[in-house]
Write a protein that binds this ligand. Structure first.
Ligand code: URA
Length: 210
């Protein structure tokens, strides 16, 4: 597993405003989009491309185009949805699939409650969007699910991670090629599995408490 934490003053500044409990929901949503676009720049460094010949107004030139099939972007519902616009702004021709996963409070198992993805992901390059890598339980299940479908290379774009969540991914996905691109690795998880200092409940801050 390769973890990249973006070290950039604009990322740190936007993240600071995002963390502030007094930042309103509309500003929060906008900042998440902006931050994800910055993270996506790094996360797509390995995007698959192929050479193409193009004609400029002056001469023939060599360029590159994204290889088909296009990358697949998969936001994990609900909070991952808030990251979609920021990601597709940078890579507008990507396909988008959806995965809804949540912890069953009784059994503590991760259940898949919604899924809209191609049946066959053989060889596909996939970008998973999940803002908060807390315990790592959901993300780990999502990654395993995508690999079972045939995905070949998975990059997770997250805003924050807890060291505990990263350690769990490392342990559970030992043999897999997974990249994680983040704005910050925070201190720890609290007793309710919130990231500390974190930014609170990302889904609630994006969409309100429902
Ligand atoms: N999910 C969130 O939205 N926030 C956390 O701190 C942890 C998980």
């Amino acid at each position: 597993m390769r973890v990249t934490v973006l070290d950039h003053p604009l990322v740190a500044h936007k993240l600071s405003v995002l963390r502030d409990k007094d930042t309103s929901s509309p500003v929060f949503r906008l900042l998440v989009e902006e931050l994800v676009t910055l993270l996506a720049y790094e996360a797509t460094r390995d995007v698959r491309v192929e050479p193409v010949t193009i004609q400029t107004p002056v001469a023939q030139a060599q360029g590159i185009a994204l290889t088909r099939p296009r990358p697949l972007v998969v936001p994990i519902l609900r909070a991952g949805l808030g990251m979609l616009e920021g990601m597709t702004r940078l890579i507008p021709t990507a396909e988008v699939g959806f995965l809804g996963m949540a912890r069953d409070d009784a059994t503590l198992d991760i259940i898949t409650y919604a899924e809209r993805l191609p049946d066959d992901l053989t060889g596909r390059q996939v970008y998973v969007l999940d803002p908060m890598l807390a315990t790592g339980g959901t993300l780990s299940e999502a990654i395993k699910f995508l690999y079972r479908r045939g995905a070949e290379q998975i990059t997770c774009v997250c805003l924050l991670a807890a060291p505990e969540g990263l350690a769990r991914l490392e342990k559970e996905l030992q043999d897999s090629e997974v990249n994680v691109v983040l704005a910050s690795v925070d201190e720890r998880l609290d007793e309710n599995s919130y990231i500390v200092p974190g930014l609170g409940d990302a889904g609630d801050r994006l969409y309100g408490v429902v």
